[in-house]
Design a binder for this molecule. Structure first.
Ligand SMILES: [Zn+2]
Length: 272
């Protein structure tokens, strides 16, 4: 059985088709995760959902038609308490998102799917989805669960974004602004704030040596403690060319990762 690359969306199958694809050897569902949260004065609330869905669609177009892999509808409400003081942000409590993942994942496993991959584009819920994946794996041991983050595991991005820039450009900065300029310039406003931990005049918003918001020695943070505009980074450095290069690296890497996954039996599934 081969599957047309433009028929990769689970919700467009009939129930007999859904039953058939679930039982296919190596059947894999990819669940895009985003958030509805402030992204500065110039980017849409749905930026993370949009990235997850658009990059995934481009990746799917490049995969061989024979791969048994499909996408679920995007989970567009996420866990974003750090942005909740900004209007427009709608965040689910952590336990509700965890419960949602368990419920949906259990039903997918019961249908017979072999793998469920989370394709998440919101940095604030990486840990939560990793915990949810382990809980789900415990409840449904016959299904593999792979909690992936769009921006992780793409080493070639270092050619475009230095490690210092990666640490400082965390939210709605030049990286996300550039990618959105490439994908949907009509959704990008004209303002380009530079804001966040290192740009504030207040010295206590600059972390001491060795510490940072994320990374090896992190802290929990609320956006309004370090940014007036909602941006953490320098959106002024954004440009369309960089966005196209970032987009190309993301798509190529995820095509590579999905291809090697689909050509393998990874990860191992033990006795149930
Ligand atoms: Zn974002």
């Amino acid at each position: 059985m081969t599957f047309s690359s433009n028929f990769r969306q689970f919700e467009y199958f009939s129930w007999p088709n859904a039953a058939e694809i679930a039982k296919t050897e190596g059947s894999t569902l990819v669940w895009p995760f985003g958030a509805l949260e402030q992204h500065g004065p110039h980017l849409p609330l749905a930026t993370d959902s949009f990235f997850a869905e658009q990059i995934l669609k481009e990746v799917f177009k490049k995969l061989p038609e024979s791969f048994p892999i499909w996408m679920l509808p995007t989970q567009s409400l996420g866990f974003s308490p750090e942005h909740s003081s900004f209007p427009g942000t709608i965040s689910l409590p952590a336990n509700l998102l965890l419960q949602l993942v368990m419920e949906v994942g259990s039903q997918i496993s019961a249908m017979g799917f072999k793998r469920l991959l989370f394709f998440n584009a919101h940095g604030g819920q990486i840990g939560l989805l990793q915990a949810a994946a382990r809980e789900l794996k415990m409840r449904c041991p016959s299904m593999s669960v792979l909690p992936c983050f769009l921006w992780s595991g793409v080493p070639s991005l270092q050619k475009l974004i230095s490690s210092d820039e990666q640490k400082e450009d965390l939210h709605a900065g030049f990286v996300e602004t550039s990618l959105m300029l490439s994908l949907a310039p009509e959704l990008v406003g004209s303002e380009r704030p530079k804001d966040g931990e290192h740009s504030s005049l207040e010295s206590d918003s600059t972390p001491p040596k060795g510490w940072s918001l994320e990374g090896a020695a992190p802290c929990s943070w609320l956006t309004n403690e370090i940014s007036v505009t909602g941006v953490i980074g320098d959106s002024g450095k954004a440009n369309t060319l960089l966005g196209e290069q970032i987009r190309g690296e993301l798509v190529d890497r995820w095509v590579y990762l999905f291809s090697s996954l689909m050509e393998s039996d990874w990860p191992p599934v033990g006795p149930c």
